[in-house]
Design a protein around this ligand. Structure first.
Ligand SMILES: Nc1ncnc2c1ncn2[C@@H]1O[C@H](COP(=O)(O)OP(=O)(O)O)[C@@H](O)[C@H]1O
Ligand SMILES: [Mg+2]
Length: 263
């Protein structure tokens, strides 16, 4: 079996706070893996490791057949070109038009003719349903459209895998359902592998082929959506039903984290 992404026994602590604890999972080509968990459980930290932004204390990450901790900076750069990332806030450049945002990776990483850049940019905007929007500024479009522009930009270099950090953040349920449909289409029609980090349970079940349920830096359960749905782990069950009653305690943030936020 060839896995696009394989993670083995990943561990990371910030000070005395263990944020990732023996995290292991893998993703097959073309599939959608959803990493589900409450705020603060370590999802974004995990994503940052998967794209080589953070280094783990222990463990292994194989992305597109490469052991990312062993790569030299320029090799990691090369690998990142095959990876699309949609950040929580879409992270568009506000001083650039929609089209310039989507074209940005093409100008940065590929030596292409301006004509080709324009064509590819239009194809990517078409893919996310935003044909004809290239001359608008980010301030002129809605939050859901910004996410789609961010996705078009993430797709600019034809990635083999796309990472999504909370694609539903700040979106209404209907717009989120549309983003979910796009993620499904990219997987089913183009064979793009997806890793989606979210706390939105409905969205997770709409798109997931496989699920990893995280809590307090650990994996509580993983498997197909039906396996997760029928889990008898009380924390998984509480999360599924979104109930305030159950074993999940109110989380106390560490003093070290508070200090790091205050600089
Ligand atoms: N740079 C950091 N320094 C110290 N602690 C951090 C840092 N980043 C994250 N954390 C801690 O790790 C926990 C997980 O954070 P994060 O991965 O952002 O969670 P999630 O994305 O699931 O909401 C947070 O609750 C926080 O306590
Ligand atoms: Mg997060």
């Amino acid at each position: 079996m060839f896995y696009i992404l394989e993670v083995k026994k990943l561990e990371k602590s910030f000070g005395s706070h263990k944020v990732l604890d023996e995290i292991s999972f893998s993703v097959e080509k073309g599939k959608i893996l959803v990493i589900l968990g409450m705020s603060g459980c370590g999802k974004s930290t995990l994503l940052k490791h998967l794209i080589g932004v953070l280094k783990p204390d222990r463990g292994e990450i194989r992305l597109l057949g490469q052991e990312i901790m062993r790569l030299k900076p320029e090799e990691l750069d090369q690998l990142r070109r095959k990876v699309g990332i949609l950040y929580q806030s879409a992270a568009l450049f506000n001083s650039m038009t929609v089209g310039e945002n989507v074209a940005f990776p093409l100008r940065e990483h590929a030596k292409l003719d301006e004509k080709i850049i324009q064509i590819v940019m239009r194809i990517k905007l078409e893919l996310v349903g935003l044909s004809g929007f290239e001359n608008l500024m980010p301030s002129q479009i809605s939050g859901g459209m910004k996410k789609r522009v961010g996705l078009a930009r993430a797709l600019a270099l034809d990635p083999e895998i796309v990472f999504y950090d909370e694609p539903g953040a700040g979106l209404d349920p209907v717009t989120l359902a549309m983003i979910d449909q796009l993620i499904l289409d990219l997987s089913r029609k183009l064979g793009i592998t997806s890793v989606v980090v979210t706390h939105e349970i409905q969205s997770a079940f709409r798109i997931a082929d496989q699920m990893v349920m995280m809590h307090g830096g650990k994996i509580l359960a993983q498997g197909s959506p039906s396996e997760i749905r029928s889990s008898d782990n009380p924390i998984v069950r509480q999360f599924m039903t979104g109930s305030a009653e159950g074993p999940i305690p109110m989380k106390r943030e560490s003093d070290e984290y508070l200090k790091s936020l205050m600089g």
